[in-house]
Design a protein. Structure first.
Length: 321
């Protein structure tokens, strides 16, 4: 083998190793995101939805602050208002809706339903930003996914379960506003950790009124239970902080398109974890609903126009899980 051939072979081997690491990071990330619903369901035994929300993002903020203690200045109050709006939608409203939904319905239902947030994000982005054209195939995928959600929620009709499913849909819709806001924030600061830390900080500030309205209790003695502590750390450190790094690494190694394909595994992982850990039912009707929802997501992606320049740097639809 010549020296040139040896160099080419070494580069190919290095590229293959990088791709393998990228797939591992992406798989780890979606595995964590897919099980957050189960962890939240476990915490709801001792914690109220607002309490989980507060502690989770306090821990996440402290971890991100340790990584980026320096304060970044923005251009003015308009930019700061955008960050505050992101904190309100992506932290307070989204996760409060999601946590409350889990008190009414199963983790499986919530995990699958909120996975449709790319639909709402694409619709809102098309209306407000006018940066991509939606084709008929997109709306066919949307209809298919909605049919899947109806199947998943059918047994809950006439019970409190449908309330939880409706709140999960509301959470997915709220996330769309957050996703559009993050597109604008990316132009203000290219340091994702810094901007996420600032968003978490505003989220913590803006959830203060809810702490009083929803009877928040510090109740730190609950953390004596190792199961509760482990699940809270899993949400705060793993899902809300560490996964930003692992997802970012995966995007750099694989590219945004290949990495984003892993998002479709989230609802599947959620259902599997819910059945194994929580003992939730897995009926043929739910299985068909999951398949229809995931198929609708894939189909809708084919019905989107070309993404704008710089889209590879945009966060995924579930990045703040």
């Amino acid at each position: 083998m010549s020296a040139r051939e040896a160099v080419v072979a070494a580069r190919a081997a290095k590229g293959g190793g990088s791709a393998a690491r990228g797939h591992l990071f992406a798989l780890f990330t979606v595995a964590v995101w897919g099980t957050t619903f189960v962890a939240t369901k476990v915490l709801l035994v001792d914690f109220a939805p607002i309490e989980i929300l507060f502690y989770r993002f306090l821990i996440g903020f402290l971890v991100l602050w340790a990584c980026r203690p320096r304060h970044v200045k923005l251009g003015g109050w308009r930019e700061e208002a955008l960050v505050a709006a992101a904190g309100l939608t992506g932290v307070v409203l989204y996760f409060l809706f999601e946590n409350i939904a889990l008190t009414y319905t199963t983790a499986s239902n919530v995990g699958v339903i909120v996975a449709v947030n790319p639909f709402f994000t694409a619709l809102l982005s098309s209306i407000l930003l006018r940066d991509e054209k939606l084709h008929p195939v997109f709306f066919a995928g949307f209809a298919l996914a909605m049919a899947g959600i109806v199947l998943i929620s059918w047994d809950g009709l006439g019970t409190g379960g449908v309330v939880g499913d409706a709140l999960a849909v509301a959470a997915a819709a709220v996330w769309a506003f957050y996703a559009v806001l993050t597109r604008k924030l990316a132009a203000l600061c290219d340091d994702t950790i810094q901007m996420t830390k600032r968003t978490f900080a505003w989220g913590l500030v803006l959830m203060v009124p809810a702490l009083f309205l929803l009877d928040f209790q510090f109740g730190v003695e609950r953390f004596v239970d190792p199961v509760m502590t482990a699940n809270m750390l899993f949400l705060g450190v793993g899902a809300s902080a560490a996964c930003f790094a692992t997802w970012g690494i995966a995007v750099k190694l694989l590219g945004a398109v290949k990495t984003s394909a892993y998002i479709y595994l989230v609802p599947v992982i959620t259902v599997a974890a819910s059945v194994v850990v929580l003992g939730e039912p897995l009926t043929p009707q739910i299985c068909i609903g999951v398949v229809l929802t995931c198929a609708g997501l894939v189909l809708s992606e084919r019905g989107k126009g070309a993404p704008p320049a710089g889209a590879d740097e945009a966060p995924p639809s579930s990045a703040d899980r």
